[in-house]
Design a protein around this ligand. Sequence first.
Ligand code: SF4
Length: 332
Amino acid sequence: MEKNTNTEPILTVKSLEKKFPVYSAFGKLFGTTAHVHAVRDVSFQLYEGETYGLVGESGSGKSTTGRTILGLTPATNGQVLYQNQDLTKMSETELRYFRKDLQMVFQDPFSSLNPRKKIGSILEEPLVIHKLGNREERETKVFEVLKLVGLQAEHYFRYPHEFSGGQRQRLGIARALIMNPKVIICDEPVSALDVSIQSQILNILKELQKSLGLTLLFITHDISVVRFISDRIGIMYLGSIVEEAPTEALFAEPLHPYTKALFSAVPDFTSKRLKDRVVLKGEIPSPLSPPSGCAFHTRCPFATAICKQQTPILKEIKPAHYVACHLVEEKE
Ligand code: SF4
């Protein structure tokens, strides 16, 4: 499904940057020894009703990007614009108002479900905090979201430990839905689940997106999953987006060597469909001491002298298809 990206975005991420301090072995009193640059100059837009997939290896900064957008960890620099307001400049109290619209689904919802409370009261809690509805209206809303995610009314009275992994992720989605959000950030929501359960959860998300007009930012390391769920995809490497394109365009012709390497590792994405396979060597470098120039140059089979010196800029190579690579620029 192609989305109309000519309209105004619902959420804009502009030059987002996140650094984490690294403290001396003797503790915070002795100051920082370095910074981990987890997210560097990340920009993208979310358009209403679309799913934007953010994909990369572990350590690429994709989850930190999601958490920084919601202010769960403060941004070091950059902007997150929602309804013409910059979320990164808001106090916790101001942010609370906007969090009704912007919710998150985590990989492991169980860890955030209070084991001593029944599901009804866990799901109702955000409504109580935001003083929304009376007791009866809140109960009705909880039954409504349980139904939306395919759970039964009787689950209202159960405790979190009585649910399977797939049911717990349904609860995670239900909790995000309780506030009638406009945007949901899904951080590896199916990574911990069996393949058969994964497809159930992905289908639920797709159906809910359609029926409720939700906008999703879907964060994952799984290429097949991101292809199934996304309208557009951003590929992240060591804190930066190196390629962005509509899903079908990206899979028809990946242009960045890192994207080609990721796709080459997917068994059903055969060499017949991917003309020049790239085998990814070694581990992603530490964000504590990222390589100079193009951060991918230590693993890129096409790296030349310029790659070690100059950081390539994300440029539009084809309509709506952006790539940050000196090699691709040279080809054009
Ligand atoms: Fe490889 Fe150079 Fe392109 Fe980076 S800029 S991906 S090192 S060819």
